[in-house]
Design a protein around this ligand. Structure first.
Ligand SMILES: NC(=O)c1ccc[n+]([C@@H]2O[C@H](COP(=O)([O-])OP(=O)(O)OC[C@H]3O[C@@H](n4cnc5c(N)ncnc54)[C@H](OP(=O)(O)O)[C@@H]3O)[C@@H](O)[C@H]2O)c1
Length: 139
């Protein structure tokens, strides 16, 4: 019988095998950290620009075609359970246009609401490290 930690370990190892999927998850974490650090810097400089990150939900788009086994699901059962493109655009439009979001910065949104990102995504030190690392890459 697997305990929870062992189970998580096995699942995580399994995920790591799908390196491209793992890279995809990392890129999403980087997006959130980047928005957070950008928002912090804009606030610090007194700039009236907001930066937020969002998860659109699971949306039936072409993105799944790159992940073979996910694509099989997306192109069959997916259309019954995934959001369509219009629904998937909702949170983006909400964040860009809704007066309630005016002045809100450094947050993570999902389903037209501020949501809780995982603990790594809230790590301000990691966000700063990613920022500095990115700056070094382009200089
Ligand atoms: N679909 C979901 O469930 C879901 C969930 C969470 C987050 N997201 C994120 O939402 C974003 C949009 O994804 P989507 O679902 O709308 O996927 P999509 O339908 O595959 O659209 C991706 C778009 O990005 C463009 N693109 C891809 N690589 C590019 C490159 N190297 N340079 C310039 N443009 C490039 C594509 O252009 P072409 O059409 O010309 O290739 C396409 O217009 C992605 O960041 C994705 O990770 C999606």
């Amino acid at each position: 019988m697997f305990n929870r930690e062992r189970q998580r370990h096995v699942i995580w190892r399994y995920i790591r095998k799908f390196k491209s999927l793992y890279a995809y998850f990392q890129s999403k974490l980087a997006n959130i950290l980047h928005a957070k650090e950008l928002a912090r810097r804009l606030k610090e400089d007194g700039v009236q620009i907001t930066a937020n990150a969002l998860h659109p939900g699971s949306v039936l788009t072409d993105v799944w075609q790159h992940y073979c086994f996910v694509n099989v699901f997306a192109s069959t059962l997916g259309r019954f359970v995934l959001k369509n493109v219009q629904q998937g655009a909702s949170t983006t439009c909400y964040m860009a246009l809704h007066p309630k979001v005016k002045g809100v910065s450094g947050e993570y949104f999902m389903d037209n609401n501020i949501s809780k990102a995982n603990s790594q995504a809230k790590d301000t030190e990691l966000a700063k490290k990613l920022w500095d690392f990115s700056i070094n890459l382009i200089h």
